[in-house]
Design a protein around this ligand. Sequence first.
Ligand SMILES: Nc1ncnc2c1ncn2[C@@H]1O[C@H](COP(=O)(O)OP(=O)(O)O)[C@@H](O)[C@H]1O
Ligand SMILES: [Mg+2]
Length: 242
Amino acid sequence: MTTLTIAGLRVAVGGTEVLRGFDLTMHSGEVHVIMGPNGSGKSTLAHALSGHPAYEVLAGSVMIDDVELLSLSATDRVRAGLFLAMQQPMEVPGVRLIDVLAAAGAEPAGLLGRMADEARRVDLRPDLLERFVNVDLSGGERKRAEMVQFGVLRPRFAVLDEIDSGLDVDALGAVARRLAASTTEWGCGVLAITHFRRLLQELTPTMIHVVSGGRVVATGGPELSEVLERDGYEPFRELNPL
Ligand SMILES: Nc1ncnc2c1ncn2[C@@H]1O[C@H](COP(=O)(O)OP(=O)(O)O)[C@@H](O)[C@H]1O
Ligand SMILES: [Mg+2]
C-alpha cells in the first residue's frame, strides 16, 4: 500500500497565505474528495502540488511514502507517481500528447497502441490524440485527452481540480468511470476537487474533506456531501474564522 501524506502545508500566493496548515492523508485505491467554497484554496493546493513557481511553500510536507515531493522538480514529481489535472488545462502549441507522455517517462514500446486503447475507453476520437496538447479541443475532449494521459501513465496518485466543470453528463461519466476503474486496476489513489455533488453519483468517495480558509475543517464519509447539500458551507466557515 502506498500513502500520500500532506502535512501542515502552508502556501502563499502574491504575498498572502492561502493554505494555512493543510493536512490530508490517503492510501492507494482510495477516492478522496475535497469540497469547499470559492476561494477556499482548492486550486492553490493543486498548483502547489504541481510545483508552480508562483506558489510559495512556507512550511509543510507532501510525501508519497517516504519521498518528499516538495523538494523535487515538477517533472520528477510526475515520475514519482503524482498526476495533476488542473482546473484550466493549458494549451501547448507545438507539443503533442505523445511527447508529454515520453517526457513523463512512459515506456516508448507500444505507446501509440496504449494511447489508442485509453482513447477508446473514454470515447475520444483517436485522431484527436495527434493535435497539439489542448489546442482546438472542446472542454470535454480536453478532459478525455487528459484521461488518456492518466491511463497511460498509471500514476500512484491523481489530483484532479474541478474535474466536473464545463463537462456534459456523458463526458463526466466517462471521466468518473475511468478514474473509478483505476482504483482497482492498479490501486490508483484519486483525490478529486469539486464543489458539485454531481460527480459523487459516478465516483463513490472513501472520504470527503471540507476545506475552508485554506485548511481541512471537517472529514467524513460520503454522507458528509448530504450535510453540505442541506446546510451549505456556512456552518463549516465558522469552524475556521479568518
Ligand atoms: N495567482 C494568484 N495571485 C493572487 N491571489 C491568488 C492567486 N491564486 C489564488 N489566489 C487567491 O487565493 C485564494 C484561493 O484561491 P483558489 O485556490 O483559486 O480557491 P478555490 O480553488 O478554492 O476557489 C483566493 O482568495 C484567490 O484570490
Ligand atoms: Mg479552484
